[in-house]
Design a protein around this ligand. Structure first.
Ligand code: SAM
Length: 283
């Protein structure tokens, strides 16, 4: 029998690992910021790994990208201007651009190589990159938000790597204060917030920092994500005025584009807080 090769991500914080049977390595590059690998797997399509951590697979990235975008965009009353911090694989950008009412989206990823590799190995995620409403910048998202015009954005989506290395400064009160200032009244900040099962402390600190800088409401929405440690992930939303417990349900139900995971029922269900989150996080 031919020998099988596997890529395995070992997750020290949970003492567990997730792996894929791989057929070949498609790319391996050390950029000034991080080490990026792309593998062709036997069952999950292509797999992108940054600094040993799984970023996305062809097979299951729709879960993450849809939950990072549609709940916020269907909660905001009339979103027009969006910023994505990180998100270099462009999947989040594609989902935002599905909303016809959006007039501008700027994506700011520190590492251009992530986008170049996504164009090559995840072309379906990059199909909207030439949309005239989209602007792709390659710069530090912390600096971009610090320099952003006050009250110029409706939604800021932080689609970052884990809070280490270049992404460390995307998870603290100083960065959230820049986002708060750049958002208009009713604006929403979305932060990818890791595994609720093993990183509840981090999620609590995210809520605390968001409230500290002035956000009125915060909410964590869990969702399944097989390729990330523990298989269960979350997005944490913060709102500048207004609540996060209700959304434009009729608009979400009548959305003019296809999704694979998100719908009004999934959104409603994600708002129901599992007991251990309900007791640990602000209402
Ligand atoms: N959602 C994925 C996850 O949780 O594994 C992350 C996907 S996306 C590829 C993450 C992106 O964040 C990377 O492309 C990385 O270059 C970018 N990034 C990290 N720190 C950043 C910073 N300070 N400013 C802008 N982008 C940053």
């Amino acid at each position: 029998m031919a020998q099988e090769n596997w890529f395995t991500e070992k997750h020290a914080a949970s003492g567990s690992s997730i792996g894929y049977r791989v057929a070949e390595k498609l790319a391996d590059t050390q950029t000034p910021f991080q080490h990026i690998e792309v593998w062709r797997t036997t069952d999950w399509g292509n797999l992108m790994v940054i600094d040993g951590c799984t970023m996305l697979t062809t097979r299951d990235n729709f879960l993450y990208h849809e939950m990072m975008t549609h709940p916020a965009l269907y909660t905001h009353a009339a979103p027009r201007d969006v910023a994505i911090i990180g998100g270099g694989d462009c999947g989040t950008l594609r989902e935002v651009l599905r909303h016809p009412e959006i007039t501008s989206v700027v994506q700011v990823d520190i590492d251009e190589q992530v986008t170049r590799l996504a164009e090559k190995f995840f072309p379906e995620l990059c199909e909207s990159n030439a949309d005239p409403r989209a602007r792709l910048l390659f710069d530090d998202g912390i600096k971009f938000m610090a320099d952003a015009q006050p009250a110029s954005l409706d939604v800021v989506i932080v689609d970052s790597t884990d809070p280490v290395g270049p992404a460390e400064g995307l998870f603290n009160a100083k960065f959230y204060a820049s986002c708060f200032r750049a958002l208009r009244e009713g604006g929403i900040l979305v932060q990818q917030s890791e595994s609720p099962l093993v990183l509840l402390d981090l999620i609590q600190s995210i809520h605390k920092a968001m409230h500290e800088v002035g956000f009125a409401a915060t909410r964590t929405l869990p969702f399944p994500q097989p390729c990330y440690p523990t298989g269960w992930w979350s997005t944490t939303l913060a709102r500048k005025g207004g609540d996060l417990a209700t959304f434009r349900e009729a608009d979400a139900a009548a959305r003019p584009f296809a999704t694979r995971y998100y719908n009004a029922g999934v959104h409603r269900a994600a708002l129901a807080q599992p007991e251990f989150l309900r007791t640990a996080l602000p209402a």
